[in-house]
Design a protein around this ligand. Sequence first.
Ligand SMILES: C[S@@+](CC[C@H](N)C(=O)[O-])C[C@H]1O[C@@H](n2cnc3c(N)ncnc32)[C@H](O)[C@@H]1O
Length: 260
Amino acid sequence: MDDYIKFTQQIKRKTGIDLVLYKEAQMKRRLIALYEKLGFSNFNDFFEAIQKDAKILDEFLDRMTINVSEFYRNGKRWEVLEQKILPRLIEQNNGKPLKVWSAACSTGEEPYTLAMVLSNFMPLRSISITATDLDENAISRAKIGLYPERSLLEVPTDKKQQFFTLEGSMFKIDEEIKKTVTFKKQNLLADPFQSDYDLIVCRNVLIYFTEEAKDQLYKKFNDALKPGGVFFVGSTEQIFNPSQYQFATEDTFFYRKITS
Ligand SMILES: C[S@@+](CC[C@H](N)C(=O)[O-])C[C@H]1O[C@@H](n2cnc3c(N)ncnc32)[C@H](O)[C@@H]1O
């Protein structure tokens, strides 16, 4: 058996993570670079080391998850969310609080951006966002909420003044913003989804998955939305043929759930 296939089976048993659902060439390249850096020459030896040493397991998880994020990533899309999508969702919901999910939230920049955008429409105490990620280390960092200046480049000046304080060389997110977000560990490829969301934001993770995995996920995200709810994807993640998944394009990278 191909030693990568064997490795994927061992990792699935150990962590529940199914590497087969991630694009193989990309994932293999990344993991080979890691094991070579650590001084191993094949996946068998790499897995043995993962079994023995929690630090190596951590390095593996860190390398496979790719936590790169920033506030207001692709700023123009957040403008569309604010100017077009949210006004409709708020009206559709008759002023009731929106149910919002940041799926694959990494270190928190995305759900905190959502909170800041929503704060233009409602008081912070009415905002409640669920934020999930596979990577517990990323979630711990999100809860701490300390960011380097480069993560804040796209934050509007008024929001930077209102919601961040400088601590040494890092920026700390405001406690009131933090309170709007509940973080949870979740594997999108294995764990169940909640339902009745008005807005699901899932950006810059679907690109790592195989077509089959994406196909399953589009269906699950659609099921998790209310009719008229919106699925917001990353700027390289347009859905080819959205109607196949009961979605209509509301704007580029925003898909509205339609009922048949
Ligand atoms: C590049 S970051 C994207 C962060 C943020 N959504 C953004 O667009 O800036 C990708 C995130 O997906 C998470 N991830 C990877 N596989 C996942 C899975 N199966 N379930 C949940 N999260 C996953 C990683 O841990 C990482 O934090």
